[in-house]
Design a binder for this molecule. Structure first.
Ligand SMILES: Cc1cc2nc3c(=O)[nH]c(=O)nc-3n(C[C@H](O)[C@H](O)[C@H](O)COP(=O)(O)OP(=O)(O)OC[C@H]3O[C@@H](n4cnc5c(N)ncnc54)[C@H](O)[C@@H]3O)c2cc1C
Length: 547
């Protein structure tokens, strides 16, 4: 059956339903709230105006981190909370939240002195309950250069290794959404909340939506509505007539992507920039990505682009810390840019503003959550659902809502239990595909890092005969369409597979085939096919602003 038919049937059911909670926004915050709420027994609907994670939640630095820099700003409770959350999210989803040592090179005139760093990293480990081999390790100059021979040698005094976790923000969001769906949440992408519905007491009791795939409007009823719309939170507060006092401050963050052979760092690094800020360089398969900037933003929220000056800033920062690499624009393979939805604080610049989250409740009952970090999504969800439940207690006669238990719910439909299982899964997949791919271990690593144990479903879907890159892409698309509400080529290229940013050299030659394959699956006419081709071409052009 064309997947759009089952979507239609699903929407008809949703229109007839009444929910305890509607969530607006399918980024990591909305996803976390959906999972928390459905696991506490609430009837939940989540609507996302674009694809899941198409806002900030696919454009971060992709770290589940304790936020070392917040220690510098003395945000102790934030460091403690996100630090502890890292370990929980790793346990719940080990294939997607992977421990990674971060190297902090230290210089005579740098942000951190050697003694202060040693002490700071000790405090950081203590706050985040870091144990065993993961505890900080201080290195002397020679040991630091052994790790990273390309670092600037002048004034280098040593380095510090500390524990972080790397992730894929979009995949994490999608896996959380899949888990919520499995527990009974209704979820729709490409459905935008356009206005609120109110009861006779002026309390919000539903939303009117526009379905961008079927070009259709409908209404849905609910006792509570949460806006987890990230950078769009204030727009929805305005629609509710409740945009007052605290507001969002949008800060743009840009990353650049370079082939790993052009910037061959062995470790993830967090290093000084001449203007006093710090940025990351993170190796990932065939690339190294570098970010981020932190500048005020007031342009189009739906199309955030890196500018020449952002790219230059990041390249200069790399060239200053790694003088031998001499990065030039022609070396870059892509860029991405996202918006931090921060809570505005007077007299502070973008870098200094707190990353804390905040919940606003309007007099009409609309609950909005903004700020925060990818890393803290689970705790943000818990706090939001606590507020939702307080609201529901006013309208429901019963009070038997369950307590939050998301720290016990593995993420994903076929969760792997620990790193040992992740490694075993990669080895088994590599073995299964070894006759098709000379670099089977790398392909297996990619498949399991993205799809976890469900990589087996992709590999088992291979047709008879020799499998090449195109057959692999097709099997991935089939899986994503069937299991991950994937409707458009960019859903696949960007949020499901990450191929657009991290493997464009290999995927690029297949773009036309990919779009044509979607046309075949969904039965598009020539106009839609051309529109989608142009959209993909435009997105690739946007990612290559430096060309
Ligand atoms: C450059 C950068 C680097 C970062 N790095 C890290 C990091 O390494 N680690 C970390 O922990 N955090 C990091 N963050 C922060 C983190 O990415 C964000 O806090 C998080 O992704 C925000 O998620 P969200 O769900 O609140 O917002 P979003 O992901 O933006 O989701 C909101 C969603 O709401 C949808 N929406 C809006 N209006 C409507 C409507 N009317 N109807 C339906 N849907 C609607 C949007 O389409 C969007 O998908 C970074 C942020 C940036 C910008």
């Amino acid at each position: 059956m064309n997947p759009l038919h089952s979507r239609k049937i699903n929407i008809e059911k949703i229109e007839r339903s009444k929910y305890d909670l509607i969530i607006i926004g399918g980024g990591v915050t909305g996803a976390g709230i959906a999972l928390d709420a459905v696991s506490r027994g609430l009837q939940v609907l989540l609507v996302e105006k674009g694809d899941f994670a198409s806002g900030t939640s696919s454009k971060s630095t992709k770290l589940i981190h304790g936020g070392l820099r917040y220690l510098k700003q003395f945000e102790i409770s934030l460091v403690r909370e996100v630090g502890r959350e890292r370990a929980i999210v790793h346990k719940l989803c080990p294939h997607l939240v992977v421990p990674e040592k971060m190297l902090l090179p230290l210089y005579e005139d740098g942000s951190f002195g050697k003694f202060a760093t040693s002490l700071g990293l000790w405090v950081y480990d203590f706050l985040a309950d870091v144990e065993g081999d993961d505890k900080r390790l201080m290195l002397n100059k020679e040991e630091t250069l052994e790790q990273e021979p390309l670092l600037k040698k002048e004034k280098l005094t040593g380095g510090g290794f500390y524990a972080e976790y790397r992730t894929d923000d979009a995949r994490l969001t999608i896996e959380i959404i899949k888990t919520a769906r499995q527990l009974g949440a209704d979820v729709l992408n490409y459905v935008e909340a356009t206005s609120f519905l109110y009861n006779k007491n002026g309390q919000v009791n539903g939303i009117e939506v526009k379905d961008h795939l079927f070009d259709n409007n409908f209404k849905v009823k609910s006792d509570t509505v949460v806006s987890a719309a990230g950078p769009w939170v204030d727009e929805l507060r305005e629609k509710d007539g409740s945009l007052s006092k605290k507001r969002l401050f949008l800060s743009k963050g840009v990353h650049i992507v370079v082939p790993h052979e052009r910037f061959p760092v062995k470790n993830a690094l967090y290093f000084d920039v001449p203007d006093g800020r710090m940025i990351f360089a993170i190796p990932r398969w065939n690339v190294t990505y570098i970010g981020t900037t932190d500048t005020p933003y007031s342009g189009d929220k739906n199309r955030v682009l890196a500018k020449e000056e952002d790219v230059k800033y990041l390249m200069d920062a790399c060239n200053s810390m790694f003088p031998e690499i001499k990065l030039e624009k022609k070396d870059l393979s892509s860029t991405w840019a996202g918006l931090r939805p921060l809570i505005y604080e007077e007299d502070k610049n973008a870098s200094e503003m707190s990353r804390k989250d905040e919940i606003f409740k309007s007099k009409n009952g609309l609950i909005s959550i903004a700020g925060g970090k990818l890393t803290g999504y689970r705790k943000m969800a818990e706090r939001t659902v606590d507020v939702v439940i307080e609201n529901l207690k006013e309208v429901h006669s019963f009070e038997n809502f369950k307590a939050c238990k998301t720290d016990q719910i593995p993420i994903g439909r076929k969760p792997l239990k620990n790193m040992e299982e992740v490694h075993q899964c990669k080895a088994e997949i590599a073995n299964l595909i070894s006759e098709h791919f000379p670099n089977a271990a790398i392909v297996a690593d990619y498949l399991v890092a993205n799809y976890g144990k469900e990589a087996f479903d992709i590999v088992n879907g291979f047709p008879e005969g020799q499998i090449d890159q195109w057959e692999l892409i097709k099997a991935e698309i089939d899986f994503c369409v069937e299991n991950e509400m994937t409707f458009l080529p960019l859903d696949f290229l960007n949020r499901r597979s990450g191929r657009l940013y991290f493997d464009l050299d290999v995927t690029g030659p297949y773009i036309d085939q990919i779009v044509a394959y979607f046309a075949e699956i969904f039965g598009w006419n020539e106009t839609t096919l051309q529109q989608q081709k142009e959209l993909v071409a435009q997105t690739i052009k946007d990612a290559k602003v430096f060309d």
